[in-house]
Design a protein around this ligand. Structure first.
Ligand SMILES: [Zn+2]
Length: 217
């Protein structure tokens, strides 16, 4: 699971932010890696298949051995790897639109759900049941060598979130220019910002300025 150690592992990478301010589910951290790509610069934090594997390894979504196998497969078929990366980004944006629409009470596009379903159908063949101590969970086949296997942990996380009661606690940051998604795990359902120190303060300062401006008129 992502957290401060994942942040240490990702330090210096553009996507390190996704671990500094975790969303509460692997698929949300992955959605949050699109923060910059959706903004004015359009810069993609996960710039290719190698970065996707680095991110998954930092998040501990795949093991070091799985990462090494996927990197070898990518080196042998760079064009196929680039295509899988393209699908990962397309999946991320479709999932973001579905989740974002939920937080805003907006309409969900059938085609976005179809993208998630299609990736789920692909990823299922790489999923194995693994005992976790108190139950079984789906995990990536440790011997999977196919490039497609890279998406399995992301798709599994997305489908289990979408079908869980946690959806009621799904929030988007209250700063309108921030796309950060998170599960509000506070007892009184009060979390409004990805991070108070950044977006919470930005909005407070903006409101303060607006008040001062209207008072001046
Ligand atoms: Zn924010």
């Amino acid at each position: 699971m992502a957290g401060s150690t994942a942040f240490q592992r990702a330090r210096g990478k553009p996507y390190a932010e996704t671990f500094r301010c975790p969303g509460g589910a692997l698929c949300l951290d992955f959605c949050n890696s699109g923060q910059s790509a959706r903004g004015p610069s359009g810069a993609e934090w996960i710039a290719g298949f190698p970065e996707l594997i680095d991110w998954l390894e930092a998040a501990e979504a795949i093991t070091r051995g799985q990462a090494a196998r996927l990197r070898r497969a990518a080196a042998a078929s760079p064009r196929a790897a680039a295509q899988v990366w393209g699908r990962a980004i397309k999946f991320r944006e479709a999932l973001f639109r579905v989740l974002n629409a939920r937080t805003e009470g907006g309409a969900i596009a059938r085609e976005d759900l179809s993208i998630v379903e299609a990736e789920h159908a692909r990823a299922v063949s790489f999923a194995r049941l693994a005992w976790t101590g108190d139950g079984y969970s789906w995990s990536l086949d440790p011997s999977a060598e196919s490039l497609d296997a890279a998406l399995q942990p992301l798709v599994e996380s997305a489908v289990s979130l979408l079908t869980s009661a946690k959806m009621e606690r799904l929030r988007r940051c209250g700063n309108s220019t921030c796309y950060w998604l998170f599960i509000d795990e506070t007892k009184n359902h009060s979390r409004r910002w990805c991070e108070m120190a950044s977006c919470g303060n930005v909005v407070k300062v903006r409101r303060h300025r607006e008040k001062a401006r209207s008072a001046a008129h």
